[in-house]
Ligand binder design. Structure first.
Ligand code: ZN
Length: 415
């Protein structure tokens, strides 16, 4: 924390000279008495902005509306919140419908966990470290600290890539101003998260596992400046965490991991993550995610289905597939690349068919697989098979949301 103040002081001296009002009082954590949360004009402004930001997230459909998931995350979260003086701020937990691997905490106590991050986790102890880290940002008032020592943010420069995919990522620039913290603040949050985990009885293995999992995250699935991206700072955080575990906490006994509890929400989260990826034309990344999850849950017909969807859409949208490839590889998108995907059309349709069939082999009455098989046949010009499969889909499915679309296709097969 003293580092942050030094930077602040340095900025003040360099930019403005010794102006009065530039040197601010240190920010007291909410666990201390007389913290004065929400009393300064600066903090009130931050809280107002955060409230407004949250309203927009909700209005734009970015907050996951799934009671099972939300209730679970809130339960885990509340158990980790340390005793906050006077209940100064109500810390609340939400899940954000965004496949980016990220989580953030706002100065008003709103904590958001992205679907993309939750889909990576395997147990509750790992989640406890993520949540604990975000709680620490609120408790230590890192938002206000950062506001006092604001340096130029680099996030804006990296938004364009993501925006190219037409996603709802429009919230990131606003978020940068509310929830980007110094390296010292990130380290402090990592450290405090371990303390919160111990108090709540979690196994510290969760913290270690978390950093291992995050090393596997593709840079593109995260964001620069995100604490959960695989940029070099992450390696440093991992090693800091390891030394904390080996030092002060080496004598802590085994705690709970709660892998089975996490499974209750994992499948829902994983499927939502795949839907979100497909929505923003991340076909190859969806295949990769589906295969990762199929290794853990090979009997899930839905995972087979979404892998099939990823291949089918890759075949039907060669430009989108080429764009994704160029984006991941940091290459230029050109006609040649699109042509390469056009030529792979048959291969991708075939892979899609195989995936749908695997889904059916897990559940003979799995309607979605018939939908997929029908659409593949239609794409291949096999009207007879398309019509059989799509009719089976309409007959088997309980709630068909795209009946009109499917009937439209059937109409084109039998005019
Ligand atoms: Zn953080």
């Amino acid at each position: 924390m003293s580092g942050v103040r030094h930077i602040h002081l340095f900025v003040c001296l360099t930019l403005f000279g010794l102006m009065s009002g530039c040197v601010t009082a240190p920010v007291a954590p909410l666990t201390e008495r007389n913290h004065g949360y929400g009393q300064s004009e600066d903090e009130q402004k931050l809280i107002r902005r955060a409230n407004q930001f949250e309203t927009e997230l909700l209005a734009k459909g970015l907050v996951l509306d799934d009671d099972t998931v939300t209730t679970y995350v809130q339960r885990v979260g509340q158990e980790l919140v340390p005793t906050v003086t006077d209940g100064a701020v109500a810390i609340r937990f939400h899940v954000l419908r965004d496949p980016l691997v990220n989580a953030f905490a706002l100065p008003n106590g709103g904590i958001y966990l992205n679907v993309g991050l939750l889909a990576r986790l395997e147990n509750e102890a790992q989640l406890a470290h993520v949540i604990g880290h975000e709680i620490a940002h609120v408790v230590q008032r890192h938002g206000l600290q950062q506001h006092h020592s604001r340096k130029a943010t680099i996030i804006a420069a990296h938004i364009a890539d993501v925006a190219l995919f037409g996603t709802s990522i429009a919230y990131l620039p606003a978020l940068g101003a509310l929830a980007s913290y110094s390296q010292e603040a990130e380290s402090e949050s990592d450290r405090l998260a371990i303390g919160y985990m111990v108090s709540a009885g979690y196994s510290l293995q969760g913290a270690e596992q978390l950093f291992k999992l995050l090393q596997e995250v593709n840079q593109r699935e995260s964001i620069w400046g995100s604490v959960y991206s695989s940029h070099p700072d992450n390696a440093q955080r991992a090693s800091e965490t390891r030394s904390i575990l080996a030092g002060r906490y080496s004598n802590v006994g085994s705690g709970r991991i709660n892998a089975r509890d996490y499974q209750q929400i994992r499948e829902r989260i994983v499927l939502e993550n795949l839907r979100l990826k497909l929505n923003i034309h991340q076909y190859a990344l969806a295949v990769k995610a589906a295969e990762h999850d199929l290794a853990l849950a090979p009997a899930s017909p839905w995972l087979h289905y979404y892998r099939g969807e990823a291949y089918r859409l890759m075949a039907e949208d060669p430009s989108g597939a080429a764009r994704e490839y160029a984006w991941i590889q940091d290459e230029k998108l050109n006609d040649e690349l699109v042509e390469r995907y056009r030529q792979l059309r048959t291969v991708h349709l075939d892979k899609a068919r195989q995936s749908y069939r695997q889904g059916l082999s897990q559940d003979r009455n799995f309607a979605m697989a018939h939908r997929g098989l029908g659409l593949v046949a239609y794409a291949e010009g096999d009207g007879q098979t398309a019509s059989n499969e799509l009719n089976q889909y309409l007959n088997l499915g309980r709630e068909i949301h795209d009946r009109r679309y499917i009937n439209n296709i059937l109409g084109r097969i039998h005019p």
